[in-house]
Design a protein around this ligand. Sequence first.
Ligand SMILES: [Zn+2]
Length: 343
Amino acid sequence: MPVVLHASDPIDFDQPGKHHYQIAFHLDGSWGYSLVPLTVINGRRGRSSNGVICFGGTHGNEYEGQIAVRKLCVDLDPEAMLGRVILLPQLSESACAANSRVSPLDGVNMNRAFPGQARGSVSYRIAHFVKTRIFPLARIVLDLHSGGKEGAFPICTSFHPIPDRAQQAEIAQVAQLYDTPFVFIYASTMASGLLTDEAEGEGKVTLGGEFGGGETTSRWGVRHAYEGTLNVLRHYGLLEGEVLKVRPAGSPEPRLVKADQLHDYVPCPRDGVWEPRVDPGASVQQDEVIGCLHDFSEHGAEPLEIRARRNGYVAMMHLSARPLKGQTLYVIADAVDWRELTG
Ligand SMILES: [Zn+2]
């Protein structure tokens, strides 16, 4: 069984080998704890300045990252590694247990809780622990998501536009190691308090990704999340061996797309029943019908057609059949040449 430590306890992050813990964060409403799983691996072949931290379960109802990071906890062999890898397969442990995007303990979305608060509710205290105790231990931060009930995405890795050219080029290089069909640059202004915001702000090589959705488990999503993270470890020399392709031989290079302006995140104009007409990841022309909103109170009338506001790729589409007014209905993104980032 993992060793239970309290969040205020000292942790020997330099201990050689592989060590499994549960970090106990006290509950706010009763006696007891949220026990957050944490694995620390220090390779026995030597040290590295390129430590890696990998998170799953930042949102509880997104499973590919949870499974991939848990498999890494089991499979990684410190005898064959150098450097340090820190794995947290269920960061918002209470949300994971509840199959929920947000924690049922405090109603907080872990991916809006950063940089956290030392005396806040449980999600803020976990974020504060990550910010103050985990982030200082590595320079590469990976946060593996899926669309949950929110969005349908093509399988992608993702990052924000980064003002520092060298940091952005290194992130773009790491993004390709997952060999996903798409790599998505998304707007920093669409939300605040993200885990990735915080890590980027510290200058770390920071990557997110959407590896499935709909509270299901995508077989390909798990594969990209797991094999891609192994590729990151190989790329930085923590594991021996060449970076491997994840998709079958002959698959095209990951397509880089960017939606860094908020007007490309189009809100649903009214409640309705959503009928998509294209798939996530589709290339569309301006005014092409992306989908229709049906109003069954006027079932003899034509549905409301939702047309692409411009040419581009559909980087995200509302997942459920029942979008509400104001929810993001689709995101349209431009193709970008890799050379613009990696030069
Ligand atoms: Zn998520």
